[in-house]
Ligand binder design. Structure first.
Ligand code: RB5
Length: 145
């Protein structure tokens, strides 16, 4: 499994911690920035992460900004990306089981590190259920065309 990480300045610190956390688990990581706490624009990094998935450089994107919302909105503009903000453990599980999310966003200024790390484990270890949920995802991809 390979994961692409992205953040803006607000998410930089937790992105670095998550990078170490994933590398300790022998998960391959592609970091597309930001690379410091200097103020940057989150869409730039969201698009890089989404494109990395479409170019098969990563299976999943894990992304961070202050709220999780802006970077999630931006990555969802990349064709084929399904991202949600993981504000709860059960919601994180359902993001995979029902929505087959290939990206997950966190709000560095509103979420605790321990919650973020636990939800990353949930996200990466939960399978899509398919069935009736696939039909709904097909409606989204049909609309994208
Ligand atoms: C940056 O100040 C902040 O707006 C950004 O990190 C994010 O929360 C936007 O949605």
């Amino acid at each position: 499994m390979k994961v692409v990480l992205a953040s803006d300045h607000a998410g930089f610190e937790i992105k670095e911690k998550v990078k170490d956390y994933l590398m300790d688990k022998n998960i391959e990581v592609l970091d597309v920035g930001a690379f410091s706490e200097e103020s940057v624009d989150y869409p730039v990094f969201a698009f890089k992460a989404g494109e990395a998935i479409n170019q098969h450089k990563a299976d999943y994107a894990i992304i961070f900004c202050g709220t999780g919302e802006g970077i999630s909105i931006a990555i969802n503009k990349v064709k084929g990306i399904r991202c949600g903000v993981a504000y709860d453990d059960e919601v994180t599980r359902l993001l995979r089981e029902h929505n087959n999310a290939n990206a997950v966003a966190f709000g560095a200024r509103f979420m605790k590190e321990e919650d973020i790390l636990r939800r990353i484990d949930i996200f990466l270890n939960t399978e899509f259920l398919g069935g009736r949920h696939q039909k709904r995802l097909d409606l989204i991809s049909d609309y994208e065309k």
